[in-house]
Design a protein around this ligand. Structure first.
Ligand SMILES: Cc1cc2nc3c(=O)[nH]c(=O)nc-3n(C[C@H](O)[C@H](O)[C@H](O)COP(=O)(O)O)c2cc1C
Length: 204
């Protein structure tokens, strides 16, 4: 059974992590085991940007059949996902704040997001980071380079527009689909680029 971890931190763009969780919970993904950690500021930003607390989102996702989703507290450094013996098929931090990028790059794990990300790096498991900040300081850029050198996939939260998204959800899903591809997870959002669309917006 495939086992994935999704972490949501306090960068803007909580919708990326929430749509990713939704895609990983899709009915096609029956039997998948999902783990979730939101940092303290991740929870704040979810409420700020969506008007709903994380609990409400989780409840909605749990109603979908076939996928087990386990939420861990950000302060619980004793959770199974804090150990390399609890194998993951992939971990994603989306959105990822510069504070979390800094902690990961420094190897300073003071919460479960940092620890689980560090474990993915040391074990060589796929780790996708979706940082969001603008502009990026030289420190941010150096931290991102350090993490890329350590094996993380840096996928900045900047979605493409060439699929002609009509809603924010479609825009976000275009980016989430790329994360799923990177994880090697079955992708219910897959819509590969087939070349430029015609005037009616239809690809060949
Ligand atoms: C509404 C809001 C939006 C924020 N957006 C960003 C952002 O886009 N990028 C970022 O790096 N930090 C952002 N922050 C600041 C982080 O939340 C803050 O640095 C926090 O310490 C991150 O901690 P965490 O990584 O443990 O979640 C934002 C904070 C708030 C309240």
């Amino acid at each position: 059974m495939a086992r994935y971890l999704v972490c949501i931190t306090g960068a803007s763009g909580a919708i990326y992590g929430l749509r990713l969780l939704g895609a990983l919970c899709a009915p096609e993904a029956e039997g998948r085991e999902l783990h979730l950690v939101a940092s303290t500021w991740g929870e704040h930003v979810i409420r700020e940007e969506t008007g709903r607390p994380l609990e409400a989102w989780i409840e909605e996702l749990r109603e979908r059949r076939g996928t087990r989703i386990t939420r861990h507290a950000a302060g619980d450094l004793g959770a199974p996902i804090a150990s390399g013996s609890f194998r993951l098929d992939g971990a994603v931090i989306a959105p990822c704040s510069m504070a979390t990028i800094g902690a990961l790059a420094a190897g300073a794990a003071t919460n479960l997001v940092h620890r689980a990300g560090s474990v993915a790096l040391k074990e060589g498991w796929p780790l996708v980071l979706a940082p969001r900040e603008s502009p990026l300081s030289l420190i941010d850029l150096r931290n991102l380079a350090t993490l890329a050198e350590a094996g993380a996939a840096i996928m900045p939260a900047c979605p493409g527009f060439y699929h002609r998204p009509r809603t924010i959800e479609e825009l976000v899903d275009g980016f989430v689909a790329r994360i799923l591809d990177r994880l090697g997870a079955a992708n219910p959002l897959a819509r590969p680029w087939l070349g430029p669309a015609n005037d009616q917006g239809v690809s060949p």
